[in-house]
Design a protein around this ligand. Sequence first.
Ligand code: XBP
Ligand code: MG
Length: 281
Amino acid sequence: MIEALLWDVDGTLAETERDGHRPAFNDAFASMGLPWSWSEARYGELLRVTGGRERILSDLPTHADAPATAPEREALARELHRRKNIAYERRLAEGAITLRPGVRELLEEAATRGLRQAIVTTTSRANVAALLRHALGPMGPTGRFARPLFELAVCGEDVVAKKPDPEAYTQALQRLALPPRATLALEDSPAGVAAAGAAGVAVVVTRSAYFEADTVAGALAVGPGLHTRAGWQPVPPALGAGPGRITLGDLLAWQAGHDFASSEAPRSAGQPAGWQHSKLP
Ligand code: XBP
Ligand code: MG
């Protein structure tokens, strides 16, 4: 039986990469007078590197006008990331980033039913806090629920290795004092699925803009979003593929059918090919 839902942030709660981070990175480049711009296609490739600062550093070698030395590159990446985060929050404040359809309803349903909920992300804490502040609105910590909607948030600063390493998930399980089988993760990316899976946590995937066509191995179910029962594999168990959104009943039924015998023991990080997860100091 599920006792806690573990929510990824970027791509799962909101289309933050498409509507927030990518344009904010480009704002940061422009604010420093750099003639660089990440197209949607290029950003899709760069998402294989988790962590905003790590992503900038991984791209610097492709620019002939980037600084030559490692300390200079490090300083530039740090400053660009700082500016990107300011631009990201500005976009949130302007209302450019909203919760994905069906997210609010499932969050509310889970809270009403007394489930524990936690954030498990490798994004910076400030960016998570800004998203919750602006996009959750009255559902936030001062909202109508007696206790905070999210009991805890494991963020990028809390881990040594970012997703697809399982550390964020193993830390969340430890802090919640729950075994993997008492939890269910909601993710959008192959890195997120690998991270949860390697911690022994079953995962439901809501595909996001940048991972629409990626192969997702090992998920309980994969679908186009929590707002619809159509297009899911396997078909939502509670009420089939008819009208309406994905409910807690669907998650519980999917999870009940999961074979934990072969996945309970935390496995070594199953890193999808081409993903980087080393965290910078
Ligand atoms: C999120 C990330 C982050 C964001 C940017 O991955 O990879 O790096 O793109 O956030 P996930 P920061 O959804 O798997 O948690 O700039 O704060 O790193
Ligand atoms: Mg994600």
